[in-house]
Structures are given as structure tokens and as C-alpha cells.
Design a protein around this ligand. Structure first.
Ligand code: TMP
Ligand code: ASP
Length: 236
């Protein structure tokens, strides 16, 4: 399949058209941002790690009944995926309090939650991705009720599958962010990425952070953390 013109450049990825109107090519960058783009940097090797890790996990999820946009890995950084219209929501899944939840509710990071928490943020950089609920989503027409029911079901299923997958690798899945899209033939699928950029991973024994919080909070050892996760998951 031919890589044609660039359709879009995001903070961590570029998206290119292909000669198939239903297929696009994602190209992962080493660029990293935080705080809605205020903090900028580079994490050497991140693009390749996030590409391979996302594809590996998407394949695992697909096998277990979660439809995804994944088609085929083309190179270290490039992957063919189904062209989708993104549902303009960040779907956040939390197992343990951390990050913005800890801040908002005054909970020490690491406080266990009695049940999985789902949150939705409206994807809009100008507004700083504000948190919204299902009433706002329906009122604004960002997704219909049936789609939201399906998104919540998929998010819970992804959570169960990822927790189980990471546990034997001595990694606790604290929280993560998902995005969903609608394909050109109307199917709801998991899209975007699943990587240390979009998940909080803590070492089960030492509770060391092995994710983008090392970059966000200037903790050092950023590249090493990405490589460690990649090594445990992919053996690379
Ligand atoms: P938060 O605690 O900052 O709300 O983040 C929750 C999870 O979502 C965490 O695993 C990081 C991920 N996340 C993104 O993938 N993109 C974002 O823009 C933000 C703010 C968080
Ligand atoms: N990548 C996001 C941004 O710069 C934020 C984050 O991941 O913390 O907006």
C-alpha cells in the first residue's frame, strides 16, 4: 500500500493517506508533550516502542473480542490502521488513584479504588480537554446512548484484559486513556494507542513509575522506563 499525503499531525503521531480510502498510515514520533502541549521534549526511541507495544496489545485485544483499528505493522514506526472518525472523547479508566483524580479528590497517589472508575473528557485542546459526563455527551451529540454503552463495555473489557496481561510481568495498571472511532463502514473500534504515553504503569514490587509521568514530573530515567516496559512486554 502506498503512503500518500499527510492528513494530520498530532503531538505524538502523524497520519498519512494511502491508496485505499478506508486505510491510513500512522507514523509515531519521539516527540513528547505534557500539560496540553506546554511542556515539550523528546524521548529517544519512544516512537518505535509505542508503535510496537500498541500493535502487540491491539492484536491481543482483538483476539479477545475487542474490535480495533489495527491492520498491519509496516516498519518500526509505521502502522496501517482503519480510517476512523474519532469519537471526540478521552475515555479514562482508573483502578488506583493517581494523577488528576488524586489532585481533584485529595487522595494520596496509590489509594486503591473500590471499583473501576470511568471518566470522559471532551477532546478539545483549546479548552484543555474538560471532563464531561454522559449527559453532556448526549446533549452535545458527541456520541449516542448505544455507542456510549458499547464504549463503556469495551473499556471495562480492555481493563480486565490488560490488568491480567501485565500482572505476570510485575506491572500494575494504575490507569489509562482510550480513544474510539467509527470506521468508514460504521463499526465502533478501539483506536489511537496503548503505551506508556497513555497508561500509568507501576512496578508491582517497587512501585517505581514506568511511564510518561517520569517525563511529566521530571523524574529522570524516562528512556529507561520506556525500554523496561518494552522489554517486559515484548522481550525487546
Ligand atoms: P490524569 O490522571 O492526568 O487525568 O491521566 C489519566 C490517564 O490518562 C493517565 O494514564 C495518562 C492518560 N492521559 C493521556 O493519555 N493523555 C492526556 O492528555 C492525559 C491528561 C492523560
Ligand atoms: N500529551 C498530553 C498533552 O500534551 C498530555 C499528557 O499526556 O500529559 O496535552
Amino acid at each position: 500500500m502506498k503512503k500518500l499525503e499527510q492528513l494530520y499531525e498530532g503531538k505524538a503521531k502523524k497520519v498519512f493517506a494511502t491508496d485505499d480510502p478506508g486505510v491510513v498510515m500512522v507514523d509515531y514520533k519521539d516527540d513528547a508533550t505534557a500539560f496540553n502541549g506546554l511542556k515539550k521534549g523528546t524521548i529517544e526511541g519512544k516512537g518505535a516502542i509505542n508503535n510496537r507495544m500498541t500493535n502487540f496489545l491491539m492484536k491481543m485485544l482483538e483476539k479477545n473480542g475487542v474490535p480495533t483499528h489495527y491492520i498491519e505493522e509496516i516498519s518500526d514506526r509505521e502502522t496501517l490502521v482503519k480510517k476512523v472518525t474519532i469519537v471526540p472523547l478521552e475515555v479514562i479508566v482508573r483502578n488506583v488513584a493517581a494523577g488528576s483524580l488524586s489532585k481533584r479528590l485529595g487522595l494520596p497517589e496509590g489509594t486503591p479504588l473500590r471499583r473501576t472508575v470511568l471518566e470522559y473528557c471532551y477532546k478539545n485542546d483549546d479548552l484543555g480537554d474538560p471532563m464531561v459526563n454522559e449527559y453532556h455527551i448526549a446533549a452535545m451529540g458527541w456520541a449516542d446512548e448505544l455507542t456510549m454503552k458499547q464504549i463503556a463495555e469495551y473499556a471495562q473489557k480492555v481493563n480486565k484484559l490488560l490488568i491480567a496481561y501485565f500482572k505476570p510481568l510485575d506491572i500494575d495498571l494504575i490507569d489509562f486513556k482510550l480513544e474510539f472511532g467509527i470506521t468508514t463502514d460504521g463499526q465502533l473500534v478501539l483506536a489511537d494507542e496503548i503505551s506508556p504515553d497513555t497508561c500509568r504503569f507501576w512496578d508491582s514490587k517497587t512501585h517505581e513509575k514506568l511511564d510518561k509521568d517520569r517525563f511529566r514530573r521530571d523524574l529522570g530515567g524516562v528512556e529507561e522506563a520506556y525500554r523496561e516496559i518494552s522489554h517486559r512486554l515484548l522481550g525487546e
